[in-house]
Design a protein around this ligand. Sequence first.
Ligand code: NAD
Length: 496
Amino acid sequence: MPVTGRLFVGGEWSSPRPDFASHSPARWSEHVGTFPQSSAAEVSGAVAAARAAFPAWRRTSRVLRAECFDRLAQLIKRDTDALAELMARECGKNVTECRAEVIEGLHMVQYVFGTGRLPFGEVIASEIAEKDAFVRRKPWGVVGVITPWNFPFAVPLWMLGPSLLEGNTCVFKPSEDTPAVGQRLVELFAEAGFPAGTLNLVHGDGTAGEAIVRDARVNVVCFTGSYEVGRRIQELSAALPDRIVAAEMGGKNAVIVCDDARFDLAVTAGVLSAFKTTGQRCVSASRILVQEPLLERYTKAFTDTTKRLCFGDPLDPSNFAGPLVNPAAVEKVLGYNRLARDEGVNVLSESERPKTDGCFVPPFVYRTDYRPELRCLKEEVFGPHVALIPFRDDDEAVRIANATEYGLSLAVITESYRRMRLFRDECEYGMGYVNLPCIGAEVHLPFGGVKKSGNGHPSAAALVTAVTHATAWTVNHGTDIKMAQGLTTAIDGGPA
Ligand code: NAD
């Protein structure tokens, strides 16, 4: 049954309006559902509902707010398989990956529930013995949550979880490619008993997202998506006096394979980094740097393994990965494959696209020496497009790894703790891995990057500092006033 899309504002579901459809990437003619495109007025209504719900939610005990997340966790456990299947149909990721994503979302919800009873401030000494000083974090107010299609369940929870636990209320806009998963998530929040207005849902493309951003009543915008959109959100927000933007954006990530690497581990790490999710993770690697003595052997093993990978029906768990998300993504990735050819790389693996109405694009693997002018080595492709790049020594590997405007994730494959430490300290990234793929986040670790990949507010557990502000609260237990720094309290020139 196709999903009937509705908005959720102030605890009420709107009437359906089939303004746009979400498609199944594996069978483009199949509609997963139809959805309303939120107008500016509808977005404004959602922000107003969130603002109206804020005072009561902020005053609700932090422990009771957290308990709503315990109920949500039980519902996600109940629906894990159905959620994974809906996600596989709507975004084209293999159902096994979708299941892992639902579990990741569950972990975020469990983490948020668990932190509800943990300390959320600090007690700090004052230089005046009679004073107690506290650092307390307060919610900002309304948080706009704008998310991408590739993690349609876990990424919204990375943002909604900390925002709501801390006492903010939210307006959520899922990607127009995955509105059914976004809506299902909001239905679970409603069933878990989050009060009306605490979480509001709008649907649609960038115009609905931009209406959230332009609304001055939205205190914080939590955005995950491309650099171009993240930059636009930051530019629009700069005009507002007290807007916080937490932006997680793209990547051009590298795996560095050193000549002392465990060979099989290095091949597995490279293949998973490049092709899991068909290369459509912000942390996917499209550059595998291989030290020269290993280059021939690694090239053969990597391309042979790539040729064995099955890209097919997302609902068949035996497939390795699925299609790209939509026809525009197909055009974009094929365009980068052509660009790489035009830039003179040595193509090692490329096959015909299957003749279906699905958005399938086979892996494109090439070898090239690093040259600074090659755009294919610098720009995010977001697909199964990967370069094998030789390097001579560690300094050269660092230079190549850093030669992009992005800085999200990095993997180093080595048995040497000295080399590992050099890459750890000299490379530019937010998430580094040793003897692992450069994918595989866990919710209790900060998720973010540097340069064009992020603006310094990592997501998931670390997002709490973006959705709250620190306050100092100082209490005098004495019966007279004593000031720090020896400041005199004398008034009218009399003795203190
Ligand atoms: P996108 O930037 O096209 O869209 C992301 C969201 O922004 C969507 O909901 C979209 O409707 C909305 N949007 C578009 N224009 C807008 C505007 N002007 N104002 C406000 N909102 C607007 O990204 P996508 O194609 O959905 O996802 C892929 C991108 O996301 C890749 O670049 C990938 O690297 C990145 N990503 C980053 C992370 C991370 O944590 N760093 C995680 C997942 C994906």
